[in-house]
Every structure is written in structure tokens, then in C-alpha cells.
Design a protein around this ligand. Structure first.
Ligand SMILES: C[S@@+](CC[C@H](N)C(=O)[O-])C[C@H]1O[C@@H](n2cnc3c(N)ncnc32)[C@H](O)[C@@H]1O
Length: 225
């Protein structure tokens, strides 16, 4: 398979992109939340115990967690952290149960022991990680048997469609300005092949999201040994 084109930015410019991306995420308004809130309520409402959220961004998911969870947010973009703290405070969440970390600078290893977590949550993150199969393998490693991986992701459109051609065409530019985001990733297949037990996936469209309109939401459970 040919490598996916990406433009490597020098560190200073990468910092600027990350700062801008954090600001933009914080100011994107409620339209996306309004369109995904019902799915988030259904997927997050039953969670309990220890949860790791990968790439929580500015914290749009925090409001959906039930009381009593212990949460670790692995957010490599440090410019997101002040917004994340602001969201925690605005929601009056108990700060001793919520921890923010930048995680592994290589973005490979998750900061958790094997089989230690009840759930891992990702929304709009698998499009950006450097190695989706490796990240999914890490998610399986840190989940307890029966633990849940909860996700909402934008995904590649069906092959040979006009939308897919646009996703492929714009991908190098999109990945550069979107801090690593790939609009044409087949994340559904990656999740199906990752080695989970039960997998439930619901496909839906987010209107007005342009080339990121096609979405999936669902859960995947780590097999019981
Ligand atoms: C589009 S934002 C989504 C933020 C938030 N989850 C949401 O739903 O609004 C993508 C997030 O993934 C984070 N991210 C990118 N690569 C990552 C990695 N390797 N590990 C964890 N988070 C990552 C980015 O820093 C960013 O916060």
C-alpha cells in the first residue's frame, strides 16, 4: 500500500497549528454537539469505574459522564489543557477524580497498566492518531476483560463515490491544517479487525460537516478470557 501523504511541519509551525486547532475546537459552537448529543447520552450514560478518554480536546464529552467515574484524559496538545480545565470547572466536576495528561510524546503507548480500565472513550480521534491499528491494540491492552471501547468517529465514504474522491483529494491539505486528521480513514474496518469481542457500530451522517459527513458510533467489548 502506498504511504498516506502528510506534510511534516517544523516544530514552531506545528505549535502554531496546534494552538489554532485548540482555539478552533473551543469555538466551534454547539452545532456538532447538538447533532451527536443523543448518541453520546446513550453510549456514555452507563459507564462506571475507571475511564480513559483519548484526545478529549476541550472537553465536550465531560458533561455526559455519570457521577462517580474516575477519568484520565490523554491529551497530547497542551494548548487544549486550559480549555479542558475550564470545562471541568464550569461543570463543577470533582477535580480529584479527573486527571489530564499529555501521554506518550510518540503517541504510541497509553499511560495505563494492562487490563486496568473499565472503558476507553474516543470521539473524533482515530482519524488523527499516527497508527490506528497500534492505538486500537493499546486500547485492548489497557481494558479489563469485558471492558468497553466507546467511539464516535468520522470515517471514509464508500469507495468510488464522489465524496470519497473529495476526501482523497483534500486529505494532504486537511491533515496539515487539521493537526493530523485524515478525512478518508476506514476506521470502521480497523475497529472490526482489531480483535475485540462484541462490536456494535451505527453509521450516520452529520449534515453540513462537508467531507467529514460520514460517521460511525458504537461500542466494542474486550473479550472475556
Ligand atoms: C478533532 S479533535 C477531537 C477532540 C474531542 N475528542 C472532541 O470530540 O471534540 C482530535 C483530538 O485528538 C487528539 N489527538 C491527536 N493525536 C492523538 C494521540 N496520538 N493520542 C491522543 N490524542 C490525540 C488531538 O490533540 C485532539 O484533541
Amino acid at each position: 500500500m502506498s504511504p498516506i501523504p502528510t506534510i511534516n511541519l517544523p516544530t514552531r509551525r506545528k505549535n502554531l497549528v496546534q494552538r489554532f486547532f485548540a482555539w478552533m475546537t473551543a469555538h466551534r459552537g454547539n452545532w456538532y454537539e447538538n447533532l451527536t448529543a443523543v448518541r453520546k447520552q446513550a453510549l456514555f450514560g452507563g459507564l462506571q469505574g475507571s475511564i480513559l478518554e483519548l484526545g478529549p480536546g476541550t472537553g465536550p464529552n465531560l458533561r455526559y459522564y455519570p457521577p462517580g467515574v474516575r477519568w484520565t484524559g490523554v491529551e497530547p496538545n497542551e494548548f487544549m489543557h486550559p480549555y479542558l480545565l475550564q470545562s471541568l470547572r464550569a461543570l463543577n466536576l470533582p477535580l480529584d477524580a479527573f486527571e489530564i495528561t499529555q501521554g506518550d510524546p510518540q503517541g504510541i503507548r497509553l499511560p495505563a497498566q494492562d487490563a486496568s480500565l473499565d472503558a476507553v472513550v474516543c470521539t473524533l480521534v482515530l482519524c488523527s492518531v499516527p497508527d490506528p491499528a497500534g492505538t486500537l491494540g493499546e486500547i485492548i491492552r489497557v481494558l479489563k476483560p469485558g471492558g468497553k471501547f466507546i467511539f464516535i468517529e468520522h470515517v471514509a465514504a464508500a469507495p468510488a463515490t464522489r465524496l470519497r474522491r473529495s476526501q482523497d483529494f483534500f486529505q494532504p491539505f486537511w491533515t496539515t491544517i487539521g493537526d493530523g486528521c485524515h478525512p478518508n480513514r476506514d476506521t470502521e474496518t480497523s475497529i472490526q479487525r482489531a480483535g475485540f469481542g462484541r462490536v456494535e457500530i451505527d453509521r450516520f451522517l452529520v449534515p453540513a460537516a462537508g467531507i467529514t459527513e460520514p460517521h460511525i458510533a458504537g461500542l466494542a467489548e474486550k473479550r472475556n478470557l
